[in-house]
Write a protein that binds this ligand. Sequence first.
Ligand SMILES: [Zn+2]
Ligand SMILES: [Zn+2]
Ligand SMILES: [Zn+2]
Length: 210
Amino acid sequence: MVVDFNRTVAYMCPGCGDMTFGEFSLFELSGERGISVKCDCGKSQLKIFPKTKTLYSVSLRCLVCDEEHEFDVPLIDFMRQSCIDFSCPDILIGLAYIGKKEAVMDAVKENDTYIEEMVAACGLEHTGKNGITMLKALDKIQELSDDGNLTCACGSAMIDVDVLEDELVLECCMCGATVSFTADEIRNGNFSDISEIEIQKSPESAKDKN
Ligand SMILES: [Zn+2]
Ligand SMILES: [Zn+2]
Ligand SMILES: [Zn+2]
């Protein structure tokens, strides 16, 4: 049997929400060097770098919680395991897979199915690859609402949330004013740091309503 030194990397890009693929050879991990796989969108990369001669670190920004996660992996695992998976500690969604091509592809497929089911269970099947991003955004909106930090300039705190394929729309139930966030803004802006949303009254939407 021929020993295969090539390994495939797959990770969920926090910048665009797509699964990103790359390849490297185990020889590239020898010595002091590391490797990185970048997404075509240019907004993220997964890095594998040595901590010691026998221990490596895999790091990437998380699509789910926006933090940088770092996982320790013994070099021997890269050689022996057919597929190593990395999940966000907060939520059991596969963020990255590294291993032999076939095993990685299978794991990615399985994870896609799992995510699709979870997203569909929340009624968001129409959001496609933005499913996780929208779930995350809804969680944030809920938190703002619970804390009384989601309001409209008209004085109302009755806000309707509409999730479109790649956009989240907030609409005041009283005056009809709206504000929206695209999936891209949610992933790459400071959405998770927002502490308060006050929807501004817009003259036209107020007119429609009455
Ligand atoms: Zn990307
Ligand atoms: Zn995370
Ligand atoms: Zn209003």
